[in-house]
Design a protein around this ligand. Structure first.
Ligand code: GLU
Length: 504
């Protein structure tokens, strides 16, 4: 199924990501965008970005801008969208209000929809009554058969009607997908899905303020934008039977559907703010690399045949298939994301990594202005194995920038008597003899001290590490020595020898 370039009607595959700009792009939505993108790229189809911004009270332009920015950061590029246009625009629902009106009026004139004058308070009361009796909160059809005079009278009173879709205008004639009042479809992830038409009351397609309801706008847009596959979160599953009926009422082709499972937090409850960083923006700010984030998102519900986890996007495009998307909920595991991020940090081109790390150093008041780029690259290269996110970087880079780090006693793991003293003395002596101390020279010196003293491991390394960094852990010693250079290493050893004189 996935390997097709066309849907069952021979059309090119077209999918869409349709966020509502009422908040930042969160992990669940980013995963939906990624799976749509992969499906499009794998099948040489088109990936369309549509902004669903008709909830005027909650929508903010700033959120829309950020969603676009975050998608670009993740490199999920789209072929048609609000910023770049396309043949089926506009791609913002707020600019399509008249299109929805036109289709709603068409349904009205065909007798498949009707004007509803019920006041919101009355509807709310009835909804509550139904729920308290354990019944689905279905509209009772009060306005379905209003006479022409009733309608005129309401309108004369200035009451603005909403427009409701009459479910039964489609259901009894539905030979193909619905029988005996059932609405069925084959979900590409979840298999055969069946819904009872009798649970669905006539629903509003155009609100009394003239704005389209979500289900109606989505169906009209998916049809006019020639969307062949709707891939979205499982929270929309209950909308799908309604959307199928609307497609049928308007004579549109029904797209294929794939509903992605929910994402849970470590405590197996729906992922939310309580679980920490859940938006792409926050992950970016915490120093995750975009390629690690998309790779991690890929594993939230999808797995490769051979269990491979680290998978750059060009491989993911080749391997992706909706058949391998799991029906069970995915669990967001920040530890795994951190691990994945560390792996991408280890393998990133060092110039690019330094560029990305610079704002994190600047944020921690480490002034990198005027610092030689090559030297900075060496520092980032030395610490990259120790960090999981870029915001960890200052934990290890301070040792290079602080002029003379003085360790505060007591220092775990270092006995400043006898052996340590000897190691330091030898180290300084040997360094003083060298012109410059590149990594291989530092390595050679450390090895020769090992031979001479018979010391190894911590006993050998720790005094040197502590003396020149003031810390008991950090990047590889030979790298630190090479980056600091002869002069600074000697200065630091002198300092610590002075400092601990009374102990030695
Ligand atoms: N605007 C909807 C959302 O953000 C999209 C629903 C859909 O994909 O049909 O959840």
């Amino acid at each position: 199924m996935d390997n097709q370039r066309h849907n069952n009607h021979g059309e090119l595959i077209r999918v869409r990501f349709a966020p509502s700009p009422t908040g930042h792009l969160h992990i669940g939505n980013a995963r939906t965008a990624l799976f749509n993108w992969l499906f499009a790229r794998k099948n040489n189809g088109s990936f369309i970005l549509r902004i669903e911004d008709t909830d005027f009270d909650r929508v903010k332009k700033e959120y829309e801008d950020n969603i676009l920015k975050d998608l670009k950061w993740l490199e999920l590029n789209w072929d048609e969208g609000p910023d770049c246009g396309g043949n089926y625009g506009p791609y913002r629902q707020s600019e399509r209000i008249n299109i929805y009106k036109e289709y709603a009026n068409k349904l009205l004139s065909e007798g498949k929809a009707y004007k509803c004058f019920c006041p919101e308070e009355e509807l709310e009361k009835k909804r509550k009554e139904s729920l308290s009796k354990g019944l689905p909160p279905r509209y009772d059809g009060k306005c379905r058969y209003l006479s022409g005079e009733d309608i005129i009278s309401y309108e004369k009173q200035g009451i603005k009607p909403s427009i409701r879709f009459e479910v039964e205008s489609v259901l009894p004639f539905n030979k193909l997908k619905a029988h005996d009042g059932l609405i069925e479809f084959e979900d590409m992830v979840r298999g055969k899905m069946t819904f009872k038409g009798s649970d669905i009351g006539d629903f509003v397609i155009l609100r009394s303020d003239g704005v389209s309801a979500y289900n109606f706008a989505a169906v009209v847009d998916d049809a006019l934008m020639k969307i062949t596959h709707v891939i979205r979160g499982e929270d929309h599953l209950s909308n799908t039977p309604r959307q199928i009926l609307l497609n049928q009422a308007m004579g549109f082709d029904i797209p294929c559907f794939a509903h992605l499972s929910m994402i849970l937090g470590y405590d197996k409850t729906l992922l939310s703010k309580r679980h920490g960083a859940t938006s792409v923006k926050e992950l970016k700010e915490e120093g995750y690399l975009p390629e690690a984030v998309v790779n991690y998102l890929l594993l939230l519900g999808w797995s490769s045949e051979n269990g491979r986890e680290i998978m750059p996007m060009f491989d993911a495009i080749k391997n992706f298939s909706l058949e391998r998307v799991s029906k069970s909920p995915a669990v967001f595991d920040i530890k795994k994301l951190r691990w994945m991020n560390s792996s991408y940090i280890k393998n990133k081109d060092i110039t690019e990594l330094t560029e990305l790390a610079s704002p994190f150093l600047a944020k921690k008041c480490i002034s990198i202005e005027g610092i030689d780029k090559n030297w900075l690259c060496k520092i980032v290269d030395a610490v990259r194995d120790n960090i999981q996110t870029l915001s960890d970087i200052d934990k290890y880079t301070g040792i290079f920038f602080d002029e003379l780090p003085v360790p505060s006693p007591p220092l775990k793991g270092v006995e400043w008597e006898g052996e340590a003293d000897e190691v330091l003395k030898l180290f300084k002596e040997k360094i003083e003899k060298e012109e410059n101390i590149a990594e291989d020279v530092a390595d050679k010196i450390i090895r020769s001290i090992k031979e001479k003293t018979g010391l190894k491991g911590k006993k050998l390394m720790m005094p040197i590490r502590v003396a020149i960094t003031g810390k008991t852990e950090g990047p590889e010693l030979k790298k630190i020595v090479a980056i600091l250079g002869k002069e600074r290493v000697i200065k630091r050893i002198n300092l610590i020898q002075e400092f601990y004189k009374h102990l030695l």
